[in-house]
Design a protein around this ligand. Structure first.
Ligand SMILES: O=C(O)c1cc(C(=O)O)c2c(n1)C(=O)C(=O)c1cc(C(=O)O)[nH]c1-2
Length: 703
């Protein structure tokens, strides 16, 4: 629903084009149109390089605030803003679309698709959206609850809406759609919850479904979809007689990367991990039979008009670690061995940087960009990883590097056309994997088939996280396949990057800083407090010759929660923002100090055994949203401070669904009263730590 009809006369007075007048020809020439950021990665090739250079190494320190726009929601913002002819289109949490005057931050309209908040219970990673796409006067958003909505760019009114998936299944959508050749492409999420991933193409004008490609084969028969032609080939790589995949669909959800390749006329799809992760539960191996599970964890090329299969490269055959290949892809041409090669650059979760031939999906090279323990390399002949046999954790736990956090996750990487380097927000985050002998599929919950261990608590947890979860900004040479430079960063949930013709790389950090680096050396040239982390991809655009830098500022997203425990500046449920900077702008405001004391927690009689059980169940059911050691990142309430903690009955009611319409899942199917009380006792312990620490600080003698 449109919340405010804006005055577009303001825009048309300075610009004769109608809003969001984007088409194939305009997108194909985006390189020659640096003022605009018309599609997710700026151009079809998604290298996130802005040819604007008015902001450069010499003057970047003079950046100040041009404007700051407050969204209506708190929670994570992962969107890349789109800017066309002076108007910015961006999503906040719950897939709410905002159209903003890009010169001054004035709201033009807001479209709220009114996603039922209970949908949040199916989203692994906050109620996030990675943004919109625009085409021919319309703005397209894919909603968390699975709709694709076309919105009139002039006034924010809905033109058409399609439900893109089976809503009886635990699907969600968090990715940004892409537009090309009159079609809107969209994937979905939910591999761990028990879905079968697919990508669809809709007619941009009518909303009619044009084609669909299922990432995993249908064991029961053809789907009447574009993927039918490769169904038999895919089935040969699964156990067709046994395994969780027969019930759940096997995963493969393509929740982020979709790139249209105008040079080879291909839609590139980054496919997801297996559901459940543990392959031996998903598709038990049979000696002598291929168990690669196509097309999981692959770069897949299809015909953009029909969805017909063209080629694929599977990065992690027999995926078992949550190694999605959904990470953003860059299309470029590199001189390799003396000849120009059209390549796709990819740094997926599994830790290898891949250079893939866009004409045939052949592997050109692959090298680790982060410590990798699950494989020793990639065989250049077969293109297959050389696996460490113990890494599949079937007989004993194994410390897997990188882990499901990803050596690199969805945070967009960028590539400078000046330096030829790729700037990757890297995560060095190993995790112990163990098979779960007691696995049972839990409908509507997170299913991995791996055993969880309880995290250590308090200072021990902080120490462990500090040691184990490290992040850095990596400048990577894709031709030499080697590091050019790196800058260590706090925590692992640092933001996406932008490279510019000003010789700069911009990136937000998990502790809310926003930085500009010298793209050649990594020297930090500008470093300010953005008020909150800029998770998504920063962008640059210009209006009337003035260059702007736009980032978001929000608390939320899953890995941020690990950052929260390291930081004293935890999130505080403040509204999310879009912050735009320009040369000579206003001074950077000081972040308000938020007093949020922990109330004295209840005393709950609990044995050591009960606390252990509470900790384990907390890790299993609560941590993903409410944070490690019960320290919230700010997207969801900090449980140490919730009034419900004070009283067992109210706490139980919440765990059993009293707040389901606000997005708090109903856990009554899995957590009995005694389990809930043990979780409460565990959280009360964490609350007491915080309370006592605060009291000590409060009563410490003033020096
Ligand atoms: O398998 C899936 O369907 C799926 C979906 C999503 C998502 O939609 O955000 C993430 C993941 N997996 C995932 O593995 C992951 O690490 C991840 C991080 C984030 C995020 O927003 O920070 N989303 C997701």
């Amino acid at each position: 629903m449109a919340l405010a009809a804006g005055a577009f006369s303001l825009i048309s007075a300075t610009n004769p084009r109608r809003p969001a007048a984007v088409d194939q020809a305009r997108l194909e020439q985006a390189d020659a149109d640096p003022a605009n950021w018309m599609t997710h990665g700026r151009t079809f090739n998604e290298d996130r390089y802005s040819p604007l250079g008015a902001i450069n190494r010499q003057n970047v320190s003079k950046l100040g605030v041009a404007w700051s726009y407050e969204m209506r929601e708190s929670r994570g913002v992962e969107a890349t803003p789109i800017v066309v002819d002076g108007v910015m289109y961006i999503t906040s949490a719950w897939s709410i679309v905002h159209a903003i005057d890009a010169t001054n931050g004035k709201e033009l309209w807001v479209y709220d698709p009114e996603v039922p908040r209970i949908t949040g219970t199916k989203a692994c990673c906050d109620a996030i959206s990675r943004g919109v796409t625009v085409w021919n006067g319309k703005v397209y958003v894919a909603t968390l609850d699975g709709r694709l909505v076309a919105i009139d760019a002039r006034n924010g009114r809905k033109v058409w809406e399609q439900v893109t998936l089976d809503r009886s299944k635990p699907y969600t959508i968090t990715g940004a759609p892409r537009a090309a050749r009159g079609l809107i492409y969209i994937g979905n999420s939910g591999s761990e919850y028990g879905v079968r991933g697919f990508v669809s193409a809709y007619d941009a004008e009518t909303g009619k479904l044009r084609w669909r490609f299922y990432i995993t084969p249908n064991p029961k028969g053809p789907d009447g979809a574009a993927s039918d032609s490769v169904r038999d080939r895919a089935l040969e790589t699964w156990n067709t007689a046994a395994g969780e995949w027969l019930r759940s669909g096997g995963g493969g959800a393509s929740w982020d990367a979709l790139v249209f390749d105008k040079e080879t006329n291909t839609l590139w799809i980054g496919t997801g991990n297996g559901g459940p992760w543990n392959r031996e539960l998903r598709s038990p191996s049979i000696p002598g039979r291929n168990n690669d599970n196509l097309y999981l964890s692959s770069v897949l090329g299809v015909d953009p008009d029909t969805g017909a299969y063209k080629c694929h490269y599977q990065e992690t055959p027999g995926e078992t670690w949550d190694f999605t290949a959904t990470q953003p892809m860059i299309l470029t041409t590199l001189k390799i061995g003396g000849s120009d090669r059209r390549v796709l650059l990819h740094a997926p979760k599994n830790g290898f940087f891949y250079v893939i031939d866009r004409t045939n999906c052949g592997l050109i090279s692959a090298k680790p960009f982060v410590p990798v323990s699950w494989a020793t390399g990639v065989d250049p002949k077969s293109g297959r990883p050389i696996e460490n046999p113990e890494a599949r954790f079937q007989s004993a736990p194994f410390l897997v590097s990188p882990s499901g956090w990803g050596g690199h996750n969805w945070h967009p990487m960028s590539m400078s056309r000046q330096t030829g380097l790729v700037y990757i927000p890297v995560r060095d985050a190993p995790v112990h994997y163990a098979a779960d002998p007691a696995f049972v599929h839990r409908e509507g919950s997170y299913n991995t088939g791996t055993a969880y261990t309880a995290f250590p608590e308090g200072p021990a947890a902080r120490e462990m996280i500090r040691k184990l979860l490290k992040g850095y900004l990596l400048a990577w040479d894709p031709v030499q396949q080697k590091e050019a430079w790196r800058v260590p960063l706090p925590g692992i949930d640092n933001g996406g990057t932008l490279a510019t013709a000003g010789g700069l790389v911009f990136q937000g950090t998990v502790d809310g800083r926003l930085r500009a680096y010298n793209a050649r050396t990594g020297a930090i040239l500008w470093d300010i407090d953005n008020g909150a982390p800029a998770f998504g991809g920063p962008i640059s655009y210009s209006v009337k010759g003035r260059q702007y830098l736009a980032v978001t500022a929000s608390f939320g997203t899953p890995a941020y929660l690990t950052g929260a425990i390291l930081s004293t500046k935890v999130g505080d449920m403040r509204k999310s923002r879009v912050n735009v900077y320009r040369l000579g702008g206003a001074p950077i405001p000081k972040r308000p100090v938020v007093e949020n004391p922990t109330p004295e927690p209840p005393v709950i009689a609990a044995s050591e055994e009960m606390l252990q059980a509470g900790s384990l169940n907390y890790s299993h059911y609560c941590l993903g949203c409410h944070g490690m050691s019960a320290v919230s990142g700010g997207a969801t309430p900090d449980l140490r401070r919730t009034p419900y903690l004070q009283d067992g009955e109210s706490f139980r009611a919440v765990v059993h669904g009293a707040l389901a319409t606000s997005g708090m899942p109903n856990f009554s199917a899995w957590l009995k009263d005694a389990d809930v009380e043990a979780i409460r006792a565990y959280i009360a312990g964490r609350a007491r730590d915080a309370f006592q620490e605060e009291q000590k600080r409060k009563h410490a003698p003033v020096k």
